[in-house]
Design a protein around this ligand. Structure first.
Ligand SMILES: NC(=O)c1ccc[n+]([C@@H]2O[C@H](COP(=O)([O-])OP(=O)(O)OC[C@H]3O[C@@H](n4cnc5c(N)ncnc54)[C@H](OP(=O)(O)O)[C@@H]3O)[C@@H](O)[C@H]2O)c1
Length: 253
């Protein structure tokens, strides 16, 4: 709400009124922030994660996002950005400590951040590449999630963006082996969380589609915003726990 000095004037009474209006405004704002649902999303600097952060903010959620630099291109009073490198356990510890220090219970965690090695044509399993990809997509994502689970509300939703590239029934070629192995292993982590968190937190895996991002490339099928719409619907619904989803339908593991 904006009041010009012409309306209230610059008299002592006008100044006091302006102060009261300002204080009431910030009191209502802080009450609103307290009552907002909170979502944590990893990797909001670009691609699907950025589109997801923008969608959740538009829908009135408080968003805690992460990026490698600790900054994002999104300007919004209800967004907090934390620095996170999933390949570094110290960074995971510091980031989750920071998130915890905000004292907010988390309603939804979206594990979005991920990498691939671009190892398209060389189907040989090169351990140094596999290790790099596993460090982020599996070990880092599992470590981050284990730190966030105790901060989550009962009835919350733990949603992990894996990929159909990690589905045993979908994969019929030897391309991108390190990425496929990492996403298959992450799918199993989702199953393990499902059993452990039964009755407390809904657990889901989701394939976002082939998406036009740095990872998906310009030839991909859909824009990040379209993928974000689907994932938002899933994240904010109460689906059957322990399932792998694609476009609102169950996908085979
Ligand atoms: N695009 C597709 O077609 C497709 C298909 C299936 C599944 N997926 C999955 O969807 C998710 C998002 O993919 P995208 O296409 O949006 O990818 P992207 O455009 O390449 O963005 C990847 C995100 O992950 C973050 N990230 C990368 N390395 C990280 C690290 N070491 N620590 C923390 N964050 C890190 C990046 O943050 P910084 O920029 O700050 O480094 C970035 O925000 C991934 O899990 C991917 O495997 C994508």
């Amino acid at each position: 709400m904006k009041y010009t000095s012409g309306v209230l004037g610059s008299s002592p009474r006008g100044r006091t009124l302006k102060k009261i209006i300002y204080l009431r405004g910030s009191w209502f704002e802080s009450k609103r922030a307290d009552s907002m649902q909170t979502v944590v999303i990893t990797g909001i600097s670009r691609g699907i994660g950025k589109a997801l952060a923008e969608k959740f903010l538009r829908e009135g959620y408080a968003v805690m996002g992460t990026s490698s630099t600790g900054i994002s291109g999104i300007k919004n009073a209800h967004l907090t950005v934390f620095q996170l490198d999933l390949s570094n356990s110290k960074s995971i510890e510091m980031c989750t400590k920071e998130i915890s220090s905000r004292g907010k219970k988390i309603d939804i965690l979206i594990n979005n951040a991920g990498v691939w090695s671009n190892n398209e044509n060389d189907s040989a399993l090169r351990v140094e590449l596999l290790r790099k990809v596993m460090e982020v997509n599996l070990f880092g994502t599992v470590d981050f999630t284990e730190h966030i689970i105790p901060l989550m509300n009962e009835g919350g939703h733990l949603l992990t963006i894996t990929s159909r590239a990690g589905s045993f029934s979908h994969v019929h070629a030897a391309t991108y082996p390190d990425y496929k192995i990492s996403k298959a292993a992450l799918n199993m982590a989702v199953r393990i969380w499902t059993f452990r968190l039964k009755g407390k937190i809904i657990v889901s895996a989701v394939h976002p589609g082939w998406v036009k991002t740095d990872m998906g490339g310009p030839q991909a099928d859909i824009e990040p915003q379209e993928a974000a719409e689907d994932i938002f619907k899933l994240a904010t619904s109460r689906p059957e726990t322990g399932q792998f989803w694609f476009k609102g339908e169950k996908f085979p593991w």
